[in-house]
Design a protein around this ligand. Structure first.
Ligand SMILES: [Zn+2]
Ligand SMILES: [Zn+2]
Length: 278
């Protein structure tokens, strides 16, 4: 696998390799081009002058981040906020073996300042939000660093969308995550071969059929036998990540773990009136 770091399957390999990567990644926190363009400013409220140890989110915005924690689905990472005492277990969807990734996790609920930051990046082209969002991924990865070893592959955009938007937000997140972890990022192994309509207004079934066969592994030799860390900004229904994972596995990837900055959790994002009815 030329140009690709061989990833060992041993969970014990973490302290020697990825752990060192994380530590040095944290040391390198201030050297990103993004930081030079937009130093020490909160990604939530744009308050400036943040201290060095917390240069991406001010304490007020940070305190409102809804981190995704147990109990959650052991496979797709769906949280169970209504049963906080229960252990992690498979959700109804995963009992039916719907997803093609091996595991999926997200740092935070897609709400509030974090959602606004993703929108500012994705729809406003405000690229300086990238390191603040990657910081949330890093803090999640640090909880169980050995679970996130692998070749980082961003979910690709179709070239037409890439031309419209000018950048792939998942690619920018992957590049910054790779820099922070000193990991390998591959932008060239997975392509979106079919133009798909925006998913925003589609339900789960429509999303699934919308992305079916939309992706293609163009360099199967680079993923064969490897462990892939598939990266995207938001987990909504999991259909895009699942399709990508399926293609990577058909190309010979040994394992595909999906990671996103946020996850849509409809139960937690109800308007106040609706929330009171529960
Ligand atoms: Zn703030
Ligand atoms: Zn699940």
């Amino acid at each position: 696998m030329m140009g690709v770091i061989e990833v060992t399957p041993s969970r014990n390999s973490f302290p020697a390799r990825l752990g060192a990567g994380i530590l040095s990644g944290l040391r390198g926190v201030g050297s990103s081009l993004f930081d030079l363009v937009f130093p020490g400013r909160c990604a939530g409220c744009e308050q400036g002058g943040l201290p060095d140890q917390d240069r991406f989110w001010c304490s007020a915005c940070r305190s409102r981040i809804q981190w995704i924690r147990s109990p959650l689905c052991t496979l797709c990472g769906k949280p169970f906020p209504k049963s906080p005492e229960s252990p992690d277990h498979l959700c109804g969807e995963c009992l039916l073996s719907t997803f093609q990734f091996d595991v999926a996790r997200s740092s935070a609920v897609h709400a509030g300042a974090v959602r606004d930051s993703i929108h500012a990046l994705k729809f406003g082209g405000r690229l300086h939000h990238v390191p603040a969002l990657v910081q949330l991924l890093i803090e999640y990865i640090e909880l169980a660093p050995d679970a996130w070893e692998g070749i980082i592959v961003p979910v690709p955009l179709h070239t037409r969308r890439l031309r419209q938007r000018g950048f792939n937000q998942a690619g920018l997140l992957a590049r910054e995550l790779g820099r922070r972890l000193q990991g390998t990022v591959r932008f060239d192994v997975l392509q979106r071969k079919q133009w798909t309509e925006p998913q925003t207004r589609l339900n789960r079934e429509e999303r699934l059929s919308n992305v079916r066969n939309a992706f293609q592994v163009v360099l199967p030799g680079e993923v064969k036998g490897g462990r892939i860390l598939l990266l995207d900004d938001v987990y909504t229904t999991g259909s895009t990540l699942s399709e990508c994972a399926g293609e990577l596995k058909r190309a010979g990837a040994r394992e595909v773990v999906a990671l996103t900055v946020t996850r849509s959790v409809p139960e937690l994002n109800l308007p106040p009136e609706a929330a009171q009815e529960i």
